[in-house]
Design a protein around this ligand. Structure first.
Ligand code: MSP
Length: 512
């Protein structure tokens, strides 16, 4: 029997500029979930990629004085590099300029057309290139200097008037509302769900799905004067990776996706347009769309012009990869907005990694190396304090699993840190350094309990900090094939020889 499948996606990133903290954030969160599911024995398909067509990318290529294909090849490679540096364990990287994607996008277009959901008309209205979005007059604000901007995003809009194909989105209002009703978990968090519900209840206009003012896009089948609207093109990427339109493709069974993880500004495309396209094409709908918040940097919106643009790669070089991954998911409740500052990162890493987990591991492992013969100590009879700590650790997998399934990464980490703090209190209380003289047998039991709790912590933290936790598990003598969540049901193997301990998370000392 095949294992449970789990298909999750990041948005595909626009290649008009270099990758930054915001992109790294979405990808890291998705990566933690993908790794957790693999450890929890799911058969995972984790997709990321780049969104390479449209007016915005075409303009960026022009600014760079190079042809669009050459430009997107370079920027897409930079996004792949960022993913590698952040240790993003994607299974596939889709680029919308790939032939397989063009085929999928055109196939979906034909399906919508055959279903009678597309008609030719003319678009008269506003378009924001920065958002690659059409706006209604009611969605705009005039700035004091006279420029018209989209109220939600602040992006400047242009008036456009061009022939365009339309998708009959208006016909889907009731079906969408029924779907949201029947699937209360489809959109999360709840505040976003409410926002989408009221948007759809307000009525839907038909959606312009082709452009004629530029050529950098996928040609509309049968009418090459038009290129597909970049959002229709882009959303199809989630099908492309499953081999669409080939129903017999090896990955076809991964559809529908279990989760589309997206930032809050693109929820409407994923929770309204995308399900409507899929309904029109007779395809099953994804199970969930989860929207996360935005990072500001030192209190300001991140932008190249204000000089606070954060590329995560230099941060990784300075502070360490797992330190950065941990900070991103620990600092802010997932779904909320947050603020990035070096000060906050250093404070978190020092308090929770260097002094917290790192210190606990170092104290335990170096004590074992010196006083327990460098093997996993053999345990004797357990006392109440031992049971209390071990029971706390035994209940962790379920708590962490529940939190991660809700994408409450910060809660998952908090549950683990409760056990780390309890283990710190335990070591102080049991004082193995005193037991060494008074009761060496009891000392071994205390060390066993600590090593066992550290194993649970390390196994569960692997998705967040893969490299450091793999080192910690090496130091605990845990075989590579015994690092799955299910393996925690078996006790830590006694007498396994342990390598010499090494520090995991050095304290960061930085002049302000
Ligand atoms: N190309 C579209 C997505 C198409 S998906 C079919 C797009 N690309 S994007 O490059 O602009 O952004 C993608 C992701 O980066 C979003 O999830 C967005 O929320 C995230 N972030 C961009 N800036 C961000 C912050 N400052 N903070 C957190 N995440 C942000 O939209």
């Amino acid at each position: 029997m095949s294992r449970n499948r789990f298909y999750l996606t990041t948005p595909i990133y626009y290649v008009n500029g270099s990758p930054h903290l915001g992109h790294a954030y979405t990808s890291t969160a998705a990566d933690v979930l993908a790794r957790f599911k693999r450890l929890d024995a799911f058969d995972v398909l984790f997709l990321t990629g780049t969104d390479e067509h449209g007016q915005k990318v075409e303009a960026a290529a022009r600014d760079a004085e190079t042809d669009p294909q050459n430009f997107v090849d370079q920027v897409a490679a930079d996004f792949a590099d960022m993913a590698r540096r952040m240790n993003i364990s994607y299974d596939d990287f889709v680029r919308t300029t790939q032939p397989r994607h063009k085929e999928a996008a055109q196939a979906l277009w034909r399906k919508l057309d055959e279903a009678g959901m597309i008609y030719l008309g003319a678009y008269e209205g506003y378009y924001a290139v920065r958002d690659e979005a059409f706006y209604d007059e009611s969605e705009l604000t005039k700035r004091p200097d006279g420029t018209l901007v989209a109220t939600a995003s602040g992006a400047p809009v242009q008036k456009v008037s061009e022939p365009s194909y339309f998708f009959k989105l208006s016909a889907f209002q009731d079906r969408l509302l029924e779907f949201y009703e029947a699937h209360p978990d489809f959109i999360a968090p709840t505040a976003k769900r409410n926002e989408i519900l009221s948007f759809v209840r307000g009525g839907l206009n038909d959606l312009s799905i082709s452009r004629t003012k530029f050529t950098w896009g996928i040609p509309v089948p049968g009418d090459e004067q038009h290129v597909m609207y970049v959002w229709l093109d882009a959303l199809v990427n989630y099908l492309t990776a499953t081999g669409y339109p080939d129903a017999a493709a090896p990955r076809a069974a991964y559809w529908p996706a279990d989760l589309h993880l997206v930032g809050k500004e693109i929820i409407r495309f994923h929770a309204v347009y995308w399900p409507a396209f899929l309904m029109a094409a007779g395809l099953p709908l994804p199970k969930r769309v989860f929207s996360h918040g935005w990072w500001t940097v030192e209190g300001e919106k991140m932008s190249k012009s204000t000089g606070n643009f954060i590329d995560v790669r230099p941060l990784v070089s300075t502070f360490g990869l797992d330190q950065v991954r941990f900070f991103l998911l620990r600092e802010v409740p997932f779904g909320n907005d947050g603020d990035f500052s070096r000060r906050a990162l250093i404070a978190r890493v020092n308090a929770e990694l260097a002094n917290g987990l790192g210190n606990l591991a170092q104290r335990t492992l170096s004590f074992i190396a010196k006083n327990a013969g460098g093997v996993v100590p053999a345990r004797g009879a357990l006392r109440e304090a031992d049971h209390a700590l071990l029971d706390g650790a035994a209940s962790l997998p379920e708590k962490v699993r529940a939190a991660i399934n809700r994408l409450a990464f910060h809660e998952a980490l908090e549950e683990v840190w409760k056990v780390i703090r309890a283990a710190d209190a335990y070591i102080d209380h049991q004082a193995p350094w005193t037991l060494k003289k008074t009761d060496p047998e009891r000392m071994l039991t205390v060390l066993y309990v600590l090593a066992s709790v550290l194993r649970t912590v390390a196994v569960l933290l692997q998705p967040f900090m893969p490299d450091s936790m793999s080192k910690l598990l090496d130091q605990l003598g845990v075989a590579p094939e015994a690092r799955q969540i299910a393996a925690l049901e078996a006790p830590l193997v006694e007498n396994a020889p342990l390598p010499a301990p090494v520090g995991l998370f050095p304290r960061i000392i930085e002049a302000a």
